[in-house]
Design a protein around this ligand. Structure first.
Ligand code: PXG
Length: 457
């Protein structure tokens, strides 16, 4: 390395606008520069080793430094770095990945439309859903219902589908024809009910919304099986089956955004399998290549594919990088790796239950009000008073205090408000999970002492 950390930070501040960042305050503080990754660990430019409890950004599921993925990319770059899938051409990796995706996804999926990211995938969802209803002779079915605190990306359509009000405020969103209902977040909205009762209640908010809008105006419902960016909100077991029944009753399309949940994160190949529902469309990205290279797409179920193929004519939509051969080559290698090493089954049978055990132990910590896990993702909700679940005032930014202790102690853990979340690589050993559990407890203890010192408890 030819530059010091300070020099890298100065160049970064001078020229680089980071996503979801207050540019001025970051420039004052300086970015952390990550220089290397191996297995589940990262190293920064100061030489600190950090356990990556977030798999990069919910994506490096097979860990860093997997030679198979590097070789697949290198081979494809040397053979054919790019060709498009427009104008009646395509490439071998795009065909082979499409075939493989049809194999690993639920049986209703035999076709894929590729994009470059999850956000683009959800733009494609909006186009597909509306095109489908046009072709069905019901063009008045325009509205897509989503949920508060959902995350579906950052493009105009993705951010509109998402339920992050801060994003809507910047740029006049949502676009027309998007509606939102409350999220199935028991800890905030369901206390006083059992989780199962609350799951049914939350699903029936969808029924209420459909009735309010008019069932013949509603095109689709979209949701993440488990809300990721919203704070690892795991819905009650009763929620998704009831959502499925409601969509079926009104003929409404069901869309599962699997950008985070897909490819093993929840202990099955896809989150819809873990929660027992049968989507018509499924958005994916991130874990399809374990984040080694950008790739996304939408699985298109038979119900929609048949209409689009048999009666659709030209679908006027697509991206330069739809089916990018290098992305697809890495996707193939990544899925083969997941299959060969039985990674999804290991999450279901071994790693997920062990993470759940660790989080169960952490539930007795004085700062922890609620604990939730699903497969290899988990959340700890920090509260001021454990007995009453009283929250901290938001101005204290307790999550950020905890996150700073995590970083200082060599652990990446994300804070969503006062909810601390992890989504570690799916290839951890039990020892590494124990190491992470011990680190989390230490950081919670340090946070507790810190908050006492500030007089916030
Ligand atoms: N859908 C879901 C469910 C996501 O989690 C996207 C769509 C958009 O994917 P792209 O590839 O366009 O980013 C995502 C992305 C966070 C965080 O803070 C989460 C995401 C992205 C950035 C930050 O947890 N998820």
């Amino acid at each position: 390395m030819t530059r010091t950390t300070r020099q890298w930070q100065a160049a970064d501040a001078a020229h680089h606008l980071h996503p979801f960042t207050d540019f001025k305050s970051l420039a004052e503080r300086g970015s952390r520069i990550i220089v290397r990754g191996d297995n589940i660990y990262l190293w920064d430019s100061e030489g600190h080793r950090i356990l990556d409890g977030m798999s990069g950004l919910w994506c490096v599921n097979v860990g860093y430094g997997r030679k198979e993925l590097v070789q697949a990319a290198t081979h494809q770059l040397e053979t054919l770095p790019f060709y498009n899938s427009f104008f009646q051409t395509t490439t071998q990796p795009a065909i082979e990945l499409a075939e493989l995706l049809a194999e690993v996804t639920p049986p209703q999926f035999n076709h894929v439309f590729f994009s470059g990211s999850g956000s683009e995938g959800n733009d494609t969802v909006v186009r597909l859903v509306r095109r489908y209803w046009d072709l069905m002779g019901q063009p008045e079915r325009q509205i897509i219902i989503s949920r508060h605190n959902a995350y579906h990306g950052s493009t105009m359509a993705g951010a509109s589908l998402g339920g992050m009000w801060g994003m809507h405020e910047q740029g006049g969103l949502p676009i027309p024809g998007i509606a939102h209902i409350e999220q199935p977040f028991w800890f905030d909205h369901g206390q006083g009910y059992t989780r199962d009762e609350f799951g049914l209640m939350a699903a029936r908010w969808l029924e209420d919304k459909i009735q309010a809008l008019g069932p013949d105006k509603v095109a689709a419902f979209i949701g993440e099986p488990v809300q990721g960016a919203g704070g690892v909100i795991v819905p009650p077991a009763t929620y998704w089956p009831e959502v499925q029944r409601i969509c079926d009753r009104h003929g409404i399309l069901l869309v599962s955004d699997e950008v985070i949940c897909g490819f093993g994160r929840t202990g099955n190949w896809f989150g819809c399998e873990t929660f027992g529902f049968r989507p018509d469309l499924m958005t994916f990205a991130k874990g399809v290549t374990s984040g080694y290279i950008p790739l996304g797409g939408v699985m298109v179920g038979e119900r929609i594919a048949r209409v689009m193929i048999d009666q659709g004519g030209e679908f006027q939509h697509g991206y330069t990088y739809s089916g990018h051969p290098v992305g697809c080559a890495v996707g193939i290698a990544n899925i083969r790796l997941l299959q060969r090493e039985g990674i999804v089954e290991r999450v279901r049978d071994e790693l997920g239950p062990h993470l759940a055990w660790h989080f169960g132990e952490l539930a007795d910590h004085p700062l922890v009000g609620e604990v939730q896990t699903c497969g290899m993702m988990g959340a700890l909700h920090l509260v001021r008073d454990k007995a009453t679940d009283e929250r901290f005032p938001s101005r204290h930014e307790v999550g950020m205090v905890c996150r700073a202790h995590c970083f200082a102690n060599g652990l990446v853990m994300r804070a969503v408000g006062d909810r601390m979340i992890v989504a570690p690589p799916l290839v951890m050993t039990i020892d590494q999970l124990d190491e992470m559990g011990a680190l989390i407890r230490r950081c919670l203890d340090l946070t507790l002492g810190d908050l006492q010192g500030r007089g916030w408890l």
